[in-house]
Design a protein around this ligand. Structure first.
Ligand code: BES
Ligand code: ZN
Ligand code: ZN
Length: 464
């Protein structure tokens, strides 16, 4: 499906159907959508950006259900960034359907959407400017839909081997370098990361992606948890909490989406992604509660719960990244780390953790611009002391007493592996609940949301 901005009055554009959003119309008294001849009237409560997105999501889904029209046309409903984005989000993110595993899929007829830009005098932005903005939103949303596909794909199809190859394939014809390290390398270099996959026949992969290296730009490192399936290990998850654990690779896959988008937009910044793909399985070779794992810098972790595998993986990835990449300006990690994040802040936001209030506030503010939400979950010095004190090793992997605040505690653990000089340059982003939803929400349906790409790209481009 293609979207075109046409520099014409809507009456001059040829299409099978015209879509008109209206607050009131005699046809709309009974139904919210009404088709009369070649026009579809759609009721909209008010012309706010979020109502535009929601209304267009419903409209495009309705058009696909009818599946009769090859092309539609619609006018611009405002030229502010938010309203342009609302239009494109509704038409592209609202149009997403995950059908990979269905035997019968209907081929959609809709090929072209024409947006009319008649250059009215009261429109303050020129055709060229609006076109470039619209194209940028289309490009970002294409990557969001690809990331949604990757996260939604089931664990048997996205083993560490398969997902890392899929990522490499998507980056093939770009200037991005993608290096995949195999399990032998991981065993020698990041043995704690290696150990959490010991129960699985699907061996771990470490993926290092580089964009714009050595050009003298600011350097951002993104670290991602890519657990392709999380059974909980020997500390097995109950079935109702396990079946959707293919989502546990969302952090790493989201980072792929961020770096691909930054490349597509040709932003002047150096980005490194360090992604750890691993399967947390249960078997006679699995790591066990009570085991002590040795991280890359020699620090040891006593495993009190094999389901807290993400933080062990991240610990090694942090040490690796800080060893391999010099003079980092910013270091952010993305992870589906704690189920408790939804209890703390609900399922529509990500938890934002770090020592730098200014940076956190910047992320919160900039993400609102693109319709994503983060909630600041502050550290407290009492949390930072002794939470992970082990009797036999340097750390445990879960707090040794029940002090609550599980999501903050996840950040407290990772904090132990962030070098002092990078403390204020670090953000921990817990996307456990917002990355995968079970109900319809905005332009999302059941499954992966692709959350984090829009906001991170918006933040990163302003760090330049
Ligand atoms: N992958 C889970 C977190 C998760 C839960 C993500 C629900 C998405 C939805 C993670 O590995 C985990 O199991 N965390 C534990 C941590 C606990 C043992 C300290 C959790 O959240 O219960
Ligand atoms: Zn787990
Ligand atoms: Zn996990």
């Amino acid at each position: 499906m293609n979207i075109h901005l046409v520099n014409k009055n809507i009456d001059e554009i040829q299409a099978n159907l015209e879509v008109i959003l209206m607050k009131k119309h005699k046809f709309l008294k009974v139904n919210n959508i009404f088709i009369h001849k070649k026009t579809m009237y759609v009721k909209i409560e008010k012309f706010k950006y979020y109502t535009i997105t929601e209304t267009l999501t419903n409209t495009i889904q309705h058009i696909n259900k009818i599946n009769k029209y090859k092309s539609i046309k619609i006018s611009l409903y405002g030229t502010s960034n938010k309203k342009l984005q609302a239009l494109i989000d509704g038409l592209t993110l609202g149009n997403y359907d995950f059908t990979k595993y269905q035997s019968k899929t209907i081929k959609l007829k809709l090929q072209n959407i024409f947006i009319s830009h008649p250059n009215y005098k009261n429109y303050d932005l020129s055709y060229k400017k609006i076109k470039s903005k619209i194209n940028k939103f289309i490009l970002i949303n294409k990557n969001i839909n690809l990331v949604r596909d990757m996260i939604n794909s089931v664990a048997q199809d996205t083993t560490p081997f398969e997902i890392s190859n899929w990522i490499k394939k998507e980056l093939k014809n770009t200037d991005i370098k993608c290096i995949i390290k195999n399990d032998e390398y991981i065993k020698n270099e990041l043995s704690a990361f290696y150990d959490i996959s010991k129960g699985s026949l699907n061996k771990p992969k470490l993926v290092h992606i580089k964009y714009s290296e050595n050009k003298g730009y600011k350097k951002v490192v993104l670290i991602g948890k890519g657990v392709t399936f999380d059974t909980g290990g020997i500390s097995l998850k109950p079935s109702e909490y396990m079946y959707d654990m293919r989502l546990d690779k969302a952090g790493a896959v989201t980072i792929f989406g961020i770096i691909k988008t930054i490349n597509d937009l040709k932003l002047p910044i150096e980005i490194h992604a360090i992604l750890g793909f691993s399967e947390n399985m249960i078997s006679n070779t699995a790591y066990k509660p009570g085991d002590v794992l040795k991280t890359r810098n020699g620090k040891t972790i006593e495993v009190m719960n094999t389901d807290a595998e993400g933080r062990v993986l991240l610990a090694d990835l942090f040490i690796y990244a800080q060893d391999k990449i010099k003079k980092i300006d910013y270091i952010f990690d993305y992870a589906t780390l704690t189920g408790s994040v939804s209890g703390a802040i609900g399922q529509y936001s990500a938890g934002l953790i770090g020592h730098n209030n200014k940076l956190k506030n910047k992320m919160i503010k900039l993400s609102k611009e693109v319709d994503e939400w983060y909630v600041d979950l502050p550290f407290n010095r009492y949390f930072l002391d002794n939470t992970y004190k082990s009797e036999i090793a340097d750390f445990t992997n879960i707090p040794t007493s029940s002090i609550g605040g599980g999501t903050i505690m996840g950040g407290v653990f990772i904090n132990n592996f962030v070098k002092q000089k990078y403390k204020k340059r670090w953000l921990h982003i817990d996307i456990a609940c917002v990355s995968f939803i079970k109900n319809n929400w905005k332009y999302h349906q059941f499954g992966a949301t692709g959350f984090g790409i829009k906001s991170s790209v918006n933040l990163i481009q302003k760090l330049v």
